[in-house]
Design a protein around this ligand. Sequence first.
Ligand SMILES: Nc1ncnc2c1ncn2[C@@H]1O[C@H](COP(=O)(O)OP(=O)(O)OP(=O)(O)O)[C@@H](O)[C@H]1O
Ligand SMILES: [Mg+2]
Length: 465
Amino acid sequence: MPEATVLLVDDEPEMVLLWERILRGLPEVRFERAYSGEEAWEKVQRLLPEVVVADLKMPGLDGLELLARIRERDETISVLIVTGYGTIERAVEAIKKGAYDFITKPFEKERLRHMVERALERSLLLRENRRLKALKDDFWWEELGIIGRSPLMRELLSLVERVAPTNATVLIRGESGTGKELIARAIHHLSPRRSWRMVTVNCAAIPENILESELFGYVKGAFTGADRDKTGLFQEADGSTIFLDEIGDMPPSLQVKLLRVLQDGEVRPLGSTQSRRVNVRVIASTNQDLEKKMAEGRFREDLYYRLNEVTLWVPPLRERGDDVLLLAEHFLEEYAREYGRPGLRFSPEALEFLKAQPWRGNVRELKNAVKRAVLLARENTITPGDLKLSLRPGAPEARPFYLRPYHEAKREVMDEFARQYLEGLLRHTGGNVSQAARLAGLERPSFQRLLRRYGISAEKFRPAT
Ligand SMILES: Nc1ncnc2c1ncn2[C@@H]1O[C@H](COP(=O)(O)OP(=O)(O)OP(=O)(O)O)[C@@H](O)[C@H]1O
Ligand SMILES: [Mg+2]
């Protein structure tokens, strides 16, 4: 049996002590105590106990309300309600509301032990079932919207399966558009933390000075304008997973602070003297060359080693063989439905064309290409011509640009420049078009024209919620 946690809750400390003494002999069980409903709820979120033993009558958040919250968050937590003499009806109500069982005071030691043991068994079983169910079918990831059957993807996803149930910090690496965020979601989804929402932070999209208070929060008066306490994202992710997207772009000053949080498991809001313990699983991702950044002193080595307890490499699309076609069909179906074009198909030439592309923008580029083709296709079949329209020009060209006709070379270099410029800017502003236009010194409409010309959607740079 893996180690399990039992949370004991009563506003009378002596009772908590008494229960713990009775239960102490249970093997592989860790006990936690809380002396109010509020404290218990806070600990439930942070520690994900298997079993909660709670007194029914407590000032403030009482046993029944606590039960209701727990049931809503995670049905695998077993709640045992303890009632005093004369409150049996409410105990029955608790059962109806999903308590695992109740026990009336005064009770026999053996009975309490036995009940907690059974409750533990139930929780562990439910959690194991939940995990197995998620793994059950051959392509479980397709249920999460991840398409792929190539050997490299299977290998990656089998690593995901193995690392998900642990608490290991995971670093997800791979080229832009390969699906790193989807992989992060899959890890969270297969972990015991899945019933809590994963908190995603795009480290590149949030300006440096704001990122710190976003991550760690602040207390009232920490700086001008801080007119109330603000909870940081780390605290919000307590009991759950935080996904630090584009970690390679995190400014060095914050890297130090992040490292401290990872090492101590504590966050201290800006302007506060007190740290708070948090139980957060960290997943980070980047498409940057971290080794190079370290060599240049722009990424901290200690943070790098702390983050990469496990590194998962997401392969580029061009190494995934026929996955390209699976993905293309998948996106075609999706967009044909969305844009009301049922029956739309790829021509055989289009399929060949898709397979031959280098897909430097990976799945995201493929997805965009299919989307545009669905919008633009004149007939009921998509031709290579429909697909070509949105691809990056010049990709397969082997000759250096100065050995090609001047006008052609210039257009390609300019196109590439414009793309990189626009994408970089949007990444910086987190997909905020007005802000990007301002920084570019352009009117918003002309900026948007540029985006349209290069088929760039600002949306994909907005942080996922
Ligand atoms: N295997 C896949 N199956 C289905 N859709 C995918 C797959 N991989 C990626 N996608 C889709 O492609 C797009 C890009 O994926 P995602 O945002 O996860 O990439 P990324 O690796 O985080 O890119 P970046 O480094 O630019 O942030 C998303 O719309 C995602 O849903
Ligand atoms: Mg991403």
